[in-house]
Write a protein that binds this ligand. Sequence first.
Ligand code: NAI
Length: 256
Amino acid sequence: GKTILITGVASGIGARTAELALAFGADVIGVDRNVPAAPLQSFIKADISSPESIAELVSRLPQRIDALANVAGVSGTLGDAKTIAINFYGLRALSEAVAPHIREGGAVVNVASVAGYGWRANLERAKGLVGVQGFPDPDQIVKEFAIAEGEGYPISKEALLLWTQRAAHQALFRDRGIRVNAVSPGPVTTPILNEFRKVFGDARVDSDITRVGRAGSAPDIAPAILFLASDGARWINGANLPVDGGLEASINADVL
Ligand code: NAI
């Protein structure tokens, strides 16, 4: 059988991804800073933005896993610095620490967001953020890159989308045939959506939902994550898969 490490399993998209992977017969190792309400056969409590917590998590992993799904993330309500520390630097540090446990030909799947599509328009800033190695002081990052209040979430996802493409060609992953891809959900009805309403305002969230007729649900997103984690996606690398009911296309159609 296959073994998949999934972060963010205590809620929303991560919980559904774990449930679906189990239904497909995989072994799931779940990670979250909160304990899931429905117990998992294997769960490790960890904060992915803490180097100590990552080290402890990695020390408890089996020798070999097949894939890592980076689903855990925060909305921005914790502030811009903390958001970037979790959604980008923590996620990247975890992936790099877990990489030696991922079998040859395995996969990493990063859950980004439509909110990160500014990576190309803001390429220099995204390159700057990705260029800082390890666990930088997030308050320093906010200062250095002049991140305005409320921009932490989109910027964290911009950095993640750029890094996904870089990581696909980073020796740590590429030399062992480990593919690195992203899934970018549009608005999905999970607890984080109400937080987005606070950070970005109801108008923005509602207009995104109206464009595509409804909000997504966690079961709309999980199959895409598991597909990219599977051998069926063996020739897909460094890609971003929007899973947004057509939101990105709708926005682009107005621009292009
Ligand atoms: P959620 O809030 O239901 O679940 C997120 C999970 O991540 C929670 O269980 C939380 O405890 C965990 N988590 C947060 N910080 C953590 C940390 N430092 N260490 C360990 N675990 C941590 O949200 P949802 O919707 O399931 O979000 C999953 C991912 O999807 C996130 O990366 C989010 O940015 C992304 N996303 C969600 C969208 C939505 O509308 N729901 C839209 C676009 C992207």
